[in-house]
Design a protein around this ligand. Structure first.
Ligand SMILES: Nc1nc2c(ncn2[C@@H]2O[C@H](COP(=O)(O)OP(=O)(O)O)[C@@H](O)[C@H]2O)c(=O)[nH]1
Ligand SMILES: [Mg+2]
Ligand SMILES: [Zn+2]
Length: 305
């Protein structure tokens, strides 16, 4: 079917509840709503919209996606972004980050086929740096292949741009992490026009209002590449993943799983399990195996319910 000639094509650059900002291929932006009750558009989606009036529109179609990063629990699904090339997982020297949440984000990224990079921000906080860096490198090296780690100080915009921009060129990168890690500050260092609200502002102005509440896509200076800022998260359910997806999210298990006695081994307590043996002898980090078990258990509790 030939597309309706009155439709305009564009990309979703901001999502706030059911309100979407669409950047049109022909220039300019429009505030758009999904047709009917259908939810589904995500930042990064290519869409066709039916313009309404001067500045609004209805999202008529979402073009097929390369990928979609999302989390889900028993209550709802939360989409982070679509058509993402690279996940920038932001952790900080302080507040301390949760390896559980980082591990979950890595499983989600793996199942969506998005390459991860870990940013250890607030590297200027010298007192806690060594300990935080050890924790991060420990986590990053558990993965296979090991995840690159980059140290940043978002308050030094020039150094941050120098460290990160070469890795962002020509790609769509998503900033993801718990709140307070410095995602919006990193964005501001890389895209000065963004002037994203950070927690600093919220304290100075009035509490709460100025942290990131919506997901938003920005163009890097020079136009070569995009960067998406997202609100922080407190939990990261992966109810949509099958046991196989979960296992693949721990790529360092694979070569050990090849030695399991049973071809359908779930690496929980089966005799002759290569993964359990590797946990025993220190080749697989126990924390990673524990996270794997938690995800399987959550997943099963959900299926039974
Ligand atoms: N010392 C230091 N503080 C930072 C750095 N990056 C961000 N912050 C501060 O950490 C707080 C949270 O930053 P924000 O960008 O809002 O975090 P977000 O919730 O991840 O977007 C703010 O008070 C920032 O000024 C950094 O590299 N060094
Ligand atoms: Mg923020
Ligand atoms: Zn096994």
């Amino acid at each position: 079917m030939a597309p309706d000639p009155s439709l305009l094509s564009g990309r979703i650059v901001a999502a706030h509840g059911r309100h979407y900002t669409v950047e049109l291929a022909g220039g300019g932006t429009r505030q758009c709503f999904p047709r009917g009750k259908k939810s589904g558009p995500a930042v990064g989606d290519q869409v066709l919209i039916q313009p309404q009036g001067d500045s609004e529109g209805v999202i008529e179609r979402i073009e097929p996606r390369r990928n979609l990063l999302y989390r889900s629990d028993d209550m709802r699904t939360k989409q982070f972004a679509a058509n993402v090339d690279q996940l920038l997982l932001v952790v900080a020297v302080e507040p301390a980050f949760s390896p559980d949440l980082v591990g979950r984000a890595l499983v989600a990224a793996h199942s969506a086929d998005i390459a991860p990079l870990i940013i250890l921000n607030k590297a200027d906080l010298a007192e806690g740096l060594d300990k935080a860096e050890e924790r991060v490198r420990n986590l990053a090296s558990a993965y296979e292949p090991p995840i690159p780690v980059i140290l940043t100080n978002a308050l030094d915009a020039e150094a941050t741009a120098q460290a990160l921009l070469p890795r962002l060129r020509g790609q769509c990168s998503l900033l993801l992490g718990q709140s307070g890690m410095g995602k919006s500050s990193l964005l501001n260092a890389l895209v000065p026009q963004a002037r994203a609200a950070t927690q600093e502002h919220s304290i100075a102005l009035d509490a709460g209002r100025h942290t990131t509440t919506s997901t938003r896509l920005y163009h890097l200076p020079g136009g070569d590449g995009t960067l998406i800022d997202s609100p922080g998260f407190q939990n990261f359910g992966l109810y949509h993943l099958s046991p196989g997806d979960i296992e693949r999210g721990f790529p360092e298990f694979a070569r050990h799983a090849a030695h399991c006695r049973f071809y359908n081994c779930s690496h929980r307590r089966e005799p002759g399990c290569g993964v359990l043996a590797a946990v025993q002898n220190g080749d697989i980090q126990p924390e990673r195996h524990e996270l794997y078990l938690r995800l399987l258990a959550e997943n099963e509790a959900q299926t039974r319910y």
